[in-house]
Design a binder for this molecule. Sequence first.
Ligand SMILES: [Zn+2]
Length: 365
Amino acid sequence: MSAYCYTVVAEAETREIAEAFEAWLVEGHVEDVIEAGALEAEVIRRDDGLTLETRYVFPSREAFEVYEREQAPRLRAEGLARFPSGVRFTRTTGTSRFATRVDGLRVEIVPYARDNYAYLLHTFHPGARGKRPCVIVDPGEAKPVLAALVVHQLEPVAIWCTHHHPDHVAGVPELIAALGSLPVLGSQHDLDAHRIPQQSRGLHDGDELELFGHTFHAVAVPGHTLGAIAYVGEGMAFTGDTLFLGGCGRVFEGTMAMMHASLARLSALDPDTRLYVGHEYTESNLRFAAHVEPENDAVRTRLAEVHARRAVGRPSVPGTLREEHATNPFLRSHVEGVATFARARGSAPNEVEVFAQIREAKNAF
Ligand SMILES: [Zn+2]
């Protein structure tokens, strides 16, 4: 697919203007552009809090040119009328790395229970009518997933489970009863232990998964549980309860060294990787991060942003690995401020021990 990516960069004079502009984009403008021919739009606020990047993916260069000619002038005029000053625009056109990264794939977020997320990973089929195929990630409950399948007109082809905990897999039997037989993937460890309902395939570290012409990998990330895996590919990672935004899962079955090594593997992915995690714990995680590193401005800024998002009911996912590198204490054992916090609580002669001290401190936070 030769999707065409178009990026608009807006620099706002103040954080307040940036927030208002972002709200205007997210609450309507990007949907208007999608109605006018784009396949997908994504609004990203850069770390400075002032710069907004809006990326639109069109099915082709021709489709973009039709949009430019026939729809863009009107939609752009609306934006300029709303923000006559305080926002400066630059535009970049052309297929970018982003276009290849999202080319053909999109993720729907399905919140359920108190703070869980399931995900529907699916394709674009520009102009196609009828249902599109998708993969369901971590259906801890069936009903919200079934409802989202109807809303987005999706037809599952498989279920991917990150680990066996019931809040990630308990919806599997009801989904299969409602939808018919589906392959259920999880780790070989969990298959051997018969602990994911109706699991049909056991994955080993590095196993490749072909999905709609895209390649994903299973990455073994033991620690939270011994069978935990992440699904990684196409600039995305589904990390279950191993890596959260701003934090990490509790170490239930593995050792601290195991969890530290698993997080290091995820941390080594491309910094632009978009993270789809198992729980909406971001705000409380960042409060803890601020406790560990009170001097870390990136933590404070991000906490304020996440708080604002959550206050209007928007999910904090997906995050990027780049943000985690700057703010997540569990990926920052090598940073002096984090090590100092750990040493104040006991012996922490190396990164694993620093990680262990931080994890213990979070358990008690
Ligand atoms: Zn879990």
